[in-house]
Design a protein around this ligand. Structure first.
Ligand code: ADP
Length: 344
């Protein structure tokens, strides 16, 4: 965290400097104008006084003394007023410089923090993806090397090796497909059409029923029919398949999974409820992160997932202007709810 933050401290200062420079240019521009305007006003104000008074005085000698005194007094007052305005303007600019400095730094941090977080998430993602890609490749490489060095290599041994390689390659395919899907979703490649929710749920059911049957899990669907949303039917089905797939994966045999559809004024809701292992409260906030796998013995045993499924599902729902939520209790099961904007 600290390492990634460090290089971004400099841009914050640079941006704050730029903001401050803009504030100071504006402030100085106004100050110079105010100063000039004040001088003009003073000159007009002070200039008028002696002539007015002198006109009212009868004797010539008295006039010249009075005139001299008035001019001196006028100049002294003029210099004092000038001095006051100047020092007030300098003080104001110093205060603006100090206040503006803090404000600029605060604004620069506010501007750069989301960029900083995105940068951090990107670095983390690249590191995780590289790690996940390296593991099967390293396994394949070392096993193949050992097999090739075996002087008594038989066809049977080579077949075993090739099968193992194929397994690793399958894992790589799943992983790269997941990564590609995420990348495409981030570029917003989604259709926009009126989608019939019943057919989306049916598609998801068709795809996951065989898996559920294998574990004697009862998969049922209920709720309001004929609901419509706007978006991409295939992607929405994909998000539901991911959630149903997990529900089956993390549920014991002979349990039940229900899909309930409902609608309120603002959203169409699909809630998928299982009676599985559940998710700890501390982990619930992370399960939608890319590459996150909850620390349960069960999920670590599963070798097919890379922790990308829920990240993909979330991206799909987000791209539809909806949101996805989870409520779960360890040992009692989980409910994943998809909220989508109503299509009028
Ligand atoms: P994975 O490929 O590991 O299933 P996901 O992104 O689909 O990746 O899920 C992330 C983690 O969330 C899983 O590793 C699992 O621990 C947890 N999880 C997801 N769905 C469920 C569920 N229905 N019941 C219990 N845990 C779940």
């Amino acid at each position: 965290m600290q390492l990634i933050n460090a290089p971004l401290h400099k841009p914050s200062l640079r941006l704050a400097g730029l903001y401050l420079a803009i504030i100071m240019v504006i402030s100085l521009f106004f100050s110079v104008n105010v100063y000039q305007l004040s001088l003009q006003e003073f000159q007009r104000g002070f200039g008028g006084v002696p002539t007015r008074i002198l006109k009212a005085v009868p004797s010539q000698s008295t006039i010249s003394i009075l005139e001299q005194q008035l001019i001196e007094e006028h100049e002294a007052r003029y210099a004092l007023a000038k001095q006051r305005v100047l020092s007030r303007l300098i003080l104001t600019n110093v205060l603006i410089f100090i206040g503006g400095g803090f404000l600029s730094y605060y604004l620069a941090r506010r501007t750069l923090t989301p960029i900083e977080e995105a940068h951090e998430a990107q670095s983390q993602f690249t590191a995780d993806a590289s790690h996940e890609l390296r593991t099967p490749i390293a396994a394949m490489q070392s096993e193949t090397e050992v097999t090739l060095m075996d002087p008594e290599l038989t066809l049977a041994k080579a077949t075993v090796q090739l099968k193992s390689n194929l397994e690793e390659l399958n894992k790589l395919t799943i992983l790269t497909e997941g990564l590609l899907r995420l990348a495409r979703l981030e570029n917003n490649e989604l259709y926009q059409e009126v989608v019939d929710l019943d057919s989306v749920v049916q598609q998801a059911l068709d795809r996951t029923l065989p898996l559920a049957e294998k574990k004697h899990i009862l998969l049922t669907s209920s709720g309001v029919e004929g609901l419509q949303v706007r978006g991409d039917a295939l992607s929405l089905a994909e998000a539901m398949i991911i959630i149903l797939d997990n529900a089956i994966k993390y549920s014991p045999q002979k349990t039940e999974i229900t899909i309930a559809r409902s609608q309120d004024q603002r959203s169409v809701t699909v809630a998928i409820k299982d009676q599985g292992v559940g998710i700890k409260a501390t982990e619930q906030q992370h399960i939608f992160d890319r590459f996150y796998r909850a620390d349960t013995a069960r999920s670590k045993q599963q070798t097919t997932g890379y922790g990308l499924g829920l990240a993909i599902a979330k991206n799909i729902v987000d791209a539809h202007g909806g949101r996805i939520a989870v409520s779960s209790k360890p040992g009692q099961g989980s409910t994943f709810t998809i909220y989508l904007p109503v299509h009028h």
